[in-house]
Every structure is written in C-alpha cells, then in structure tokens.
Design a binder for this molecule. Structure first.
Ligand code: NAD
Length: 477
C-alpha cells in the first residue's frame, strides 16, 4: 500500500485492500491461534506505537480539526488506549483460559468446556471525532482475541489517518495489521470484504448501509452508533453540581462526542436556573473561545452550518438561546457553548443527534414524565441521571434502556474498561471493551468430551426396553 501519497482513492487502493485481506485471511486459516506471548507482543507494539508518537498523533488530530485540545487528546484518547492495552496484557491469561461447563446427568460421564478461538480477520471502520481511541480500542480487543486487523479510518481526519497508517506499517507485517485510507468509496468497498467480523463506529445512517454490505457475506457486525443521549436532573440534586458534570461532558471536544449529553431533562421550575448555571460553568471552563487551545473547532463547514441552522431555527420559533461566544470564534471554525430553552419539538435540535456544542433543555413536571419522554424515543447510546435518591435512581434505571449509564457524572462509563461499551437498538449492536471485547472477537467454541462410556450409544438403536425406560424417566419432568 502506498502510505506516502496522501489519501488513496481509486482502483489501486481497493485492489491493495483486497490483497491485504486475502493475505490475512489465508494466514488466519493456515496458522494456529497466536500464543499468549505473541498476543502480548502485538499489544506491546501497539502500545509503543502510541506512546512513542503521542505528541505527533495529538498534533495531527489538532491539525485535522483546526483546533483540538492536545490535553483532551492525551486524556480522552491516548491514555484510555494505553489503559486498554495494559488491561488486556494483564487479563489475557484469564480471558484466554478455557471455561469448564457442567455436564447434565443424562450425558455423563463426560467433560465440557468452552474454548475462546480467534475469529480470523477483523475489519474496523472508525469515525473522526475520537480518531485515535476509536481505532485503537477495537484493535486492542481484536489482537487480544488473537485476530488480524484491517482498519479504515475517517477521511475527515486525513493527517491522522496517514500518520497512523505509516506507524502501523512500520511496526506490523501487513498480514497482522494494516490501515486502509480513503473516503466513502473506499469505505463502501471495505465494508464489502468478507471479514470474520466487522466493527463499525459512526452514524446510524451509515451503520445501516454497513450492516447491509456485511449481510451479503454473512459477516457478523458490531455497530457502535449514535443517538440522542439524555441527562435527567432529578429535583433533589444540586444544580451547580449537575451543571458542572453536564458542561464537562458536553463541551469537551465541542460536543462532538458520541455519548455527550444530547439534551437535558430538568424540573420545570429549575430549567432557567440550570441554563444560567451551565453557561456560567462554560465561562469558567473556557474563559475565551477564540484563541483558546482547550476549546475544539467543529470538524467541518458542513457540520457548522447544520448546527447553526438548528440554533437559528430554534430562535425563530421563540426559543431562548444562551451563548458563550466571542469575536473570532467563527474564524477558527468554533461554535461557543450554547444552551437552548424551549427548542421546538419538531426542529433539527430535538429531531437529530446534535453532535456539537449545543445543548437543549427540556422541562418536565414529574419524574414519570421525564422517564416517559425517554421511553417514547429511540433507545439512546448513553443516559445520565443526577440524583441522591436511591428510589429515583432505581426508577430511572428500571424504566429506561440505554447502551450505558453514568450516574451523577457524564461520559465516565466509557472510560471504565471493566464495563461493556455499546448501544442498543438504533444506538448500536453488540458491545466491546475489556473482557466483552475479547469475547466479541472470539468464537465461543463448545467442546464435549465423551468419558469412559457413551451411555446414549449403548442404549441403541435398536431401541430396546432399557432405552424406552430411560426415555420415560427423562420426559417425566
Ligand atoms: P460516519 O458514519 O459519517 O462515518 C464513519 C466512518 O464510515 C468513516 O470512516 C467513513 O469514511 C465511513 N463510511 C462512510 N460511508 C460509508 C459507507 N457507505 N460504507 C462504509 N463506510 C462508510 O460517522 P462520523 O461522522 O465519522 O461520526 C459521527 C457519528 O458517529 C455520530 O453519529 C456519533 O454518535 C457516532 N459515534 C459513535 C460512537 C460509539 O462508540 N458508539 C463513537 C463515536 C462516534
């Protein structure tokens, strides 16, 4: 693959992708599953690739965005990726160990166990918003499970994609891992390769197309999609504390986080106060927007227009808009933290995933009303609930469903590698991270070993009286 030539689009990139796939596929069928040592070595290579180039990687991501906080890239992308490697390195012996199962009396004497086998070749399609973490984290799980990996990063972060392609090519044989760069055309062809599993992270709309392409090959998928993740502030909870957590989770990466709170459900008599508190918190966190390296740009002009269009539409319909912005923000491709009260229910902001620094507040009168509001909509990727009342917490958890949850905080469930991460319904299919990631990219192969005698075979056929008696006994209940 030509990694020097910038974005590769066209027949040669597609032919290269096919050739690499064939090589990985062939090796995965010919070679035994990699040993613990080999898996650990691949993970160590991945670790070195990231930690040895952390500055360069953060710079490439920032250049792709316009401005992307280096500290955020360190904290939210590089550190969690290294954390995932370290966890896998440590836990691998436990994860790989075959699991004994209890054999039912009618099949005794016998032994049974599950072997966690590598699937073979894993395809990963990743988005631009956390380009490093969302590429590396699935790679860690796929390597841990003993697979080979092909990755297609987003064309919206081209400098990062080219850098990662080069670094991966330096450290891995293309039979183990390869990066295929390119746009939608390459993505489509990539999704059509007959992988043993395909993990896609991106929008629900593209996820549908990827699922269809994979279905043609009966390729199983993990779809990590988006959606409108609600934050419910319960009446008992401190507004200042809730605002601090919501502001943190919303305006990191300028709201371009798949699990960012998309909108807030607040008690009707506190919605205005919460809006003021959120903007005050935004001003404390980001005293300036223009020239502030901590506050990220919106990725593209198209996304900025979409967000601004949503704000303008809400204003026209009488919504109250609170905004923290300064001159020059626009020139840096930034939209300042924006809170919207009374956004129209049928407008862009309440219909679509926002995926930017705009935060509508929806007011509710009773907690049941807030729960019903969530239940009437697509099952979200994340849900946040702020309360110290255990009964309210249980009511919200018991009567809603989302991919994951952080209570009294935001975003943290994704950072907790001890938890599965994924969506449900339109927000995704399947989960990965940690042990769930290892299992996602493994085949759970059931093995039954016959003991000193095979009782069922002894019974017949021909089926005699003994078989009939055993049959009667087994079906008696
Ligand atoms: P996107 O769906 O536009 O693109 C994602 C990837 O798919 C890119 O690499 C792109 O090149 C590729 N692609 C585009 N069209 C394709 C096609 N027809 N076939 C195959 N591949 C194709 O998403 P995006 O704009 O990069 O990311 C934003 C979305 O991702 C948001 O909806 C967000 O919520 C979601 N997201 C989800 C998670 C998660 O973990 N669940 C994480 C981050 C982002």
């Amino acid at each position: 693959m030509n990694y020097q030539s910038g974005t590769i689009i066209g027949a040669s990139a597609l032919a290269d992708a096919r050739r690499v796939f064939d090589r990985q596929h062939d090796l995965s069928r010919r070679e035994s599953p990699p040993s613990l040592e080999l898996r650990r070595d691949r993970l160590a290579q991945l670790r070195a690739l990231i930690s040895g180039h952390a500055e360069e990687l953060a710079q490439a991501v920032s250049d792709d965005f316009g401005v992307r906080s280096r500290t955020e890239t360190q904290l939210m992308e590089i550190a969690p990726s290294l954390g995932a490697v370290d966890l896998a390195m440590k836990q691998l012996p436990r994860w790989m160990a075959p699991e004994r199962r209890r054999v039912a009396p009618n099949l005794q004497p016998a032994k049974a166990w599950v072997r966690w086998e590598p699937l073979g070749v894993i395809g990963i399609i990743s988005p631009w918003n956390y380009p490093l973490q969302l590429a590396i984290s699935p790679m860690v799980d796929a390597f841990a499970a003993g697979n080979r990996v092909m990755l297609k990063p987003s064309e919206l972060t081209p400098r990062f994609a080219e850098l990662l392609a080069r670094l991966v090519a330096e450290r891995f044989d293309e039979g183990e891992a390869a990066v295929v760069t390119g746009g939608v055309e390459v993505g489509e062809a990539f999704a059509g390769l007959p992988f043993d599993h395909l993990l896609f992270t991106g929008s629900t709309a593209v996820g549908r197309r990827v699922y269809q392409a994979a279905a043609a090959n009966l390729t199983p998928v993990t779809l990590e999609l988006g959606g409108k993740s609600p934050a419910i502030v319960c009446p008992d909870y401190s507004l200042a504390k809730a605002a601090r957590s919501i502001a943190w989770g919303k305006w990191v990466n300028a709201g371009q986080t798949c699990i960012a709170p998309d909108f807030v459900l607040a008690p009707a008599d506190r919605a205005d106060a919460l809006a003021e508190e959120l903007i005050a918190q935004a001003k404390r966190s980001y005293p300036a927007i223009a020239g502030n390296p901590d506050y990220s740009s919106v990725i593209s002009e198209r996304h900025r227009r979409r967000l601004q269009g949503g704000i303008d539409e809400a204003r026209r319909s009488g919504a109250r808009i609170l905004r923290h912005e300064d001159a020059g923000a626009e020139a840096e491709g930034k939209i300042g933290p924006t809170v919207v009260l009374h956004a129209p229910a049928d407008g862009v902001l309440m219909r679509e995933e926002i995926f930017g620094p705009v935060l509508p507040i929806v007011s509710y009168r009773t907690l049941d009303e807030a729960i019903a509001y969530v239940g009437e909509r697509d099952r979200p990727l994340a849900l946040y609930c702020f309360t110290n009342d255990r009964a309210a917490e249980e009511r919200v958890l018991g009567r809603t469903l989302s991919g994951g949850v952080t209570l009294n905080g935001t975003l943290l469930h994704v950072a907790d590698e001890s938890l599965p991460f994924g969506g449900v319904g339109p927000s995704g299919i399947g989960a990965y991270h940690g042990r769930e990631g290892f299992r996602r990219f493994s085949h759970a192969r059931g093995v039954h070993k016959v003991g000193f005698v095979n009782a069922l075979e002894l019974l017949g056929p021909p089926w005699g009286r003994a078989a009939a008696a055993v049959g009667k006994m087994l079906v008696k209940g």
